[in-house]
Every structure is written in C-alpha cells, then in structure tokens.
Design a protein around this ligand. Structure first.
Ligand code: M6R
Length: 619
C-alpha cells in the first residue's frame, strides 16, 4: 500500500526524477491507484500527479517535463481518504507559496479535527485527503522554524494514527525529511547521494546498503549525510544493514509475470529457509532467536496471529505444533485478536506471520500481545521490517523479495518456518517428538526437489484452467492440513481471477456446503496421503463420492500411486509422496498454477489484481 521514494544527490546532472520514477516502478507491486512526483526547481517545487497507473504519470511528464534536479520525492497512492483522482494523488502542497510539498503513507486518524482548525484559519484545501492537513501543518511550522526537520518534529506531535511522511522545501535544496510511526520507511545509503523508500526495492537499483529506522523517528537526508532524531528531538542512530538480494531478484527473470516467477522460485524459497537450521546431527539450532531456551520451555500456549495467506500458513502450523509439542496452539486473524480480550500471559508465545512485516493489523496484534505480557515471535520475510523489530524474537523466511500481490513463495516459506519452530520447541521440551526432529528435518530437505517435480508437471493443470476461464464458482475441499490448503486455493482464485471461490473443511460438507453442489460444479479436493492416521484418506475419498454423486466435477489432488481416488475423479493431479504434515508444501502448488493460468486466460493483471495492495499498512 502506498509506495514512497525520496532522493537527494548532486544538483548538476540532476537525476532526481529518473531515480524517483525507477523507485516508484519497483514499488508498483505494493498496490496503488494514482501516482505523483515532485522535484525542487529553484525557488519552488514542481509536481506532476495522475490517477491510475504509472504510465499515466509518465505520459503527463512527457507532455509537461519536469526540470533536472538533485532533490525529489515520489509516491504511489492506494486511496483511503478521497477517491483515486489527480487531485487526491500525492504530493500535496502546504501553504500558498508553492515551496513545500509532502507525501504520506498511512492514516492520520485525527485529520477531521485538524482540518477543521486549519479551515477556521482560512486554509484552502485542494483535496479530500488526510495528507493535505499534514502538508499545511508542516508549512506553517516551517514559517516559524525555518528548518524542515524541526517543522516535521513539531507536527508529528499532534498527529494521531500511523504514518510515514516525506517533505521537501524549496528553501532547503538538497534535503529530504522523513518521519515514521507504525508505517515503513528505510534509508538507502549511496556515495554522494542518499535515498528513502517504503522498502529497499525503492533504491535496490542504486545501492544495497541500508539503514533501519526505529518507530517515532525523523530522518533527514542530504547528498552527504543522514541524520536521525527521535520525535522527542533526541539524536538517534539507525541500524545499518546490507541487503542480501540484488535488483535482479526483484525482476521477472524471463517469466511473463512476477507471480509465475515466484511460483518457480518456490523450491529455493523452501530450501533457503531450511538452510543453516541444523547441526551435523540434524538437531535444530536457532541462534537468531532472541528468547531464551528457558523461556521457550515455559511456554504453555502458542497463539498465531496473521492475515490472509499468512493466516493459512498459521493454520497448517497449528496441526504441526500441537502434534510435535503437545502445546495448545490457537490461530487467529490478527484484526480479530486485537479487538477482543484474548487470554494470554507471560507463558504465551504469540507468533506473528507476515511476509511484509508491515501489515498493520498484524503489527497491532503483536503490540497488543506485548502489552499483555506475552512473548512475541515474528516469522517474517522482510529484513528490518516493523513487525520483527517490535517482536521479542524473529525467525526470518528466506523466500527473497515477493513482488506479485498474491502470495506464493512466501506462503511455502512461512509454512517451512512454522515447521522449524514446531520442531525446535519439540526438541527443547523433550517429549516424544524431540528425537524425531532430525528425521522430520531430513524429510523437509527433500521437499524442494518434490516441489520442482510438481512445478514441472503442471501442463494439464494449465489446460484445465484455460478450459475453465468462464467458470463462475469453484469450491475447494480439504481435511486436516488440506483444509488450510483449500482456503488458500480459494483465496488465490478470488484475488487473481475474481471468481467466487470457497474453501471448506471436507467434514463440514454435509453440514451445509453440499447444498451448493449442482451438476457441473467444479470442486478441487485435496486428498491426504493414504498413510494418514485415523482413516482420514478414506473419509476424503468418501467425500469425493458424495459430491460426484450430485454431479460435481471433481478435480482431485492426490499422491502418486493413490489409486483409490481414480474412479471418482474427473481429473487427478499428482504430487510426490511426502509425510502427511508436510503435504501442504506440495498440494498448494497446483492451486497457485491453476489460479494464475485462469486469471491469465481471462486477460487479467495477475501481479496487481484490482483493489489489492501487497502490504496492507492501514487497519
Ligand atoms: O505481508 P503479510 O504476509 O502480512 O500479508 C498478509 C496478507 O495481506 C496477504 O497474505 C494477502 O492475503 C495476500 N494478498 C494473499 O495472496
């Protein structure tokens, strides 16, 4: 949601516009519906902004070019307050002299009251946004302080909500000032130039050296200097780090779409997430965890908080963690956890799962858990993001940058990290599964090759998807760990192909959803391995028969050699054999490919589906 770029470099040569536009295009994946840029131009700041995609802004820049400049900011906006129009697009001007402009990510919750005060003072607003309020406030503060950093510092004191703000002022060329509270902002460190971005993708084409900021900090960049102060005015220092992926990792690498590339990245995503987690005897080592072994041994409840796809990874984790550790494990949507009265205490481990590490609902849940005294552990794919920083411990997934809005490789990496966590807790606590951890890790090591096998055998799935391009509804059924896979399959189809899709626990079928079955209704069924305990496999085979008898078209995902499903399946999609708990790492893949292909057949933009944002940074 909202992408932010800031740049300062040498004035002669003036490449601000190019750098900012490149940054914006790398941030497109975050989701947006309008875009704008501003550059310093002598005694004023010039802006161009347009509703719609970056192409519209590029066209506007063609019609009315901006001057070469060494200082610029840019923004992709995902509309919250005010529709996606040219006028509401950022940057917004503050004051009337055309010298100050500002961009913003987040929501200023008290903007109504602030706007009313400004209106009383005679300020004229040009947009419906909350952002314009901040622009006018900073301009007003600058009029008395004549210092952009101090003006920003004064204004953040009166703002409520979550925000990243970036401002430039014509009287301070070569300076961009940023402020952040509960919203992402990172610094890119160059030679004689510096950068600001919502995430490192904004400047990865120029530098891989970055600086992490804390909450409630203001950063001022010039070509030669980066200085940080707290909202309280005290000097602070960011934490430098090296970005370990390069620009190519955030490019399509020969694939038509990022999503396709990221599906193909999955064997690596899982392998890299497993890397370095075991000693030579196969026992888990977790040097990066910042919670002591004693504290982890004392954990008597695990609560997983996450949203969307990440929450389905959490649902898979519940089966594994309870099985291996015997610790009760709950999974809750982060936005629900936050607004009830959850029962957690010092012995509760609250595990958040988030690809971006910036999802506001998840961040708020983590803070709430922290306030209630729980231990917090973040499973995250983005180094230095807010959620891991606000957590007691972090377990990074190593999926690499995920650009497509629909999560694919991050999901498999999250599940993998959950297994690692479950096995580590089991190992620490002794118990029956402690000794089995090395064997499970060994099985996990084989999974990347098996994922590759699935990816290599998807031709028929693509054919089925193309054939089904006009389908109006698809159902997904699974049991046990197949249930969250069914949910994920349905979510992928909804968000990419805009088709009504529902995932159900197969056992729930007879309690209502079976009424949806009519002749020709396509139903994907995720069949557990024949080795599953409690006769689970047979029960799902019965479910397939029940829906087939009512005319459903059954698309069955089953293990190689599982012949029991064949008589009842219109299509059988095979995955290699793997232990039951690990199966989601394989059975999810055909559903991703199906959604991708069907959406492509409908001519839709699979990387940036309508209305969606990659990082949901507002509640
Ligand atoms: O960055 P996060 O993992 O916290 O994001 C959570 C969800 O917003 C995300 O998984 C969303 O559901 C995806 N669009 C699913 O493909």
């Amino acid at each position: 949601m909202c992408g932010i770029v800031g740049y300062v470099g040498p004035d002669n040569g003036g490449k601000a516009l190019d750098v900012v536009m490149e940054g914006l295009s790398r941030l497109e994946y975050r989701g947006y519906d309008s875009a704008g840029v501003a550059v310093l131009a002598g005694d004023h700041v010039e802006t161009r902004k347009r509703a719609g995609k970056l192409a519209n802004l590029t066209a506007a820049l063609g019609d009315s070019p901006l001057p070469a400049s060494g200082t610029g900011i840019g923004h992709t906006r995902w509309a919250t307050h005010g529709g996606p129009t040219d006028q509401n697009a950022h940057p917004h001007r503050g004051g009337t002299d055309g010298k100050l402009v500002l961009i913003h990510n987040g929501i200023i919750e008290n903007f109504h009251a602030l706007r009313a005060e400004l209106l009383e003072d005679g300020v004229v607003f040009e947009s419906e946004t909350d952002t314009e309020v901040a622009a006018h406030l900073v301009a007003r503060a600058y009029a008395t302080t004549h210092d952009l950093t101090e003006a920003m510092r004064q204004v953040v004191q009166v703002l409520e909500g979550a925000f990243t703000l970036l401002a430039v002022h014509a009287d301070q060329p070569g300076v961009v000032v940023g402020a952040r509270r509960n919203s992402p902002l990172v610094v890119g460190l160059g030679e004689g130039e510096n950068f600001l971005g919502s995430d490192v993708a904004a400047f990865i084409g120029s530098t891989r050296e970055a600086l992490e900021l804390e909450q409630d900090q203001i950063v001022t960049i010039t070509p030669e200097r980066v200085s940080v102060v707290g909202f309280d005015g005290r000097p602070a220092a960011g934490k430098p780090y090296h970005v370990d992926w390069d620009a190519a990792a955030a490019e399509k690498g020969g694939f038509d779409t990022f999503m396709e590339k990221e599906i193909h990245d999955q064997p690596h995503a899982v392998a890299d997430t497993l890397l370095g987690r075991t000693d030579e005897d196969g026992h888990l080592v977790m040097d990066e965890l910042r919670i002591s072994e004693d504290d982890l041994r004392a954990v008597d409840k695990v609560v997983i908080v996450a949203c969307g796809t990440a929450s389905y990874a959490g649902m898979v984790a519940k089966y594994a963690i309870e099985r291996w550790t015997r610790i009760p494990c709950e999974v809750e949507l982060a936005h629900e956890f936050r607004y009830r009265d959850p029962v957690v205490d010092g012995n509760t481990l609250v595990v958040s799962i988030s690809q971006s590490g910036e999802t506001m609902d998840t961040l708020m849940a983590v803070k709430h858990a922290h306030d209630l005294g729980a231990r917090t552990l973040s499973i995250c794919n983005t180094h230095g993001a807010t959620i891991p920083r606000e957590s007691d411990a972090v377990l990074y997934t190593h999926a690499g940058p995920e650009i497509a809005v629909a999560s694919t490789k991050a999901f498999l990496a999250q599940i993998t990290a959950c297994y690692i966590l479950g096995l580590y807790l089991a190992q620490l606590r002794g118990g029956v599964f402690a000794d089995q951890a090395p064997a499970v890790m060994k099985e996990l090591q084989q999974v990347p090759d098996k994922i590759q096998t699935v990816i290599d055998s998807m031709d028929r799935v693509r054919e089925i998807a193309r054939f089904m391009a006009d389908t109006r509804a698809v159902l997904f059924l699974g049991r046990h760990v197949g249930f969250p896979v069914a949910m994920e399959g349905a979510l992928k189809l909804k968000e990419l192909a805009y088709i009504h899709a529902e995932g159900f626990a197969a056992g729930e079928l007879k309690h209502g959803p079976i009424a949806l079955i009519e002749p020709g209704q396509p139903v994907f069924v995720i069949v557990p391995t024949p080795d599953s305990e409690h006769g689970l496999h047979g029960k799902v085979v019965s479910n397939i028969q029940e829906i087939r008898a009512r005319g459903a078209r059954t698309l069955v995902i089953a293990e190689e050699g599982d012949e029991a499903v064949v008589p009842f399946a219109d299509e059988v999609i095979r995955v290699p054999a793997t232990p039951p708990l690990l199966a989601p790492l394989l059975t999810t893949v055909p559903l991703q490919v199906f959604a991708l292909e069907l959406a492509t057949a409908k001519g839709l933009d699979v990387d940036q589906p309508r209305n969606l944002a990659k990082s949901v940074t507002v509640e």
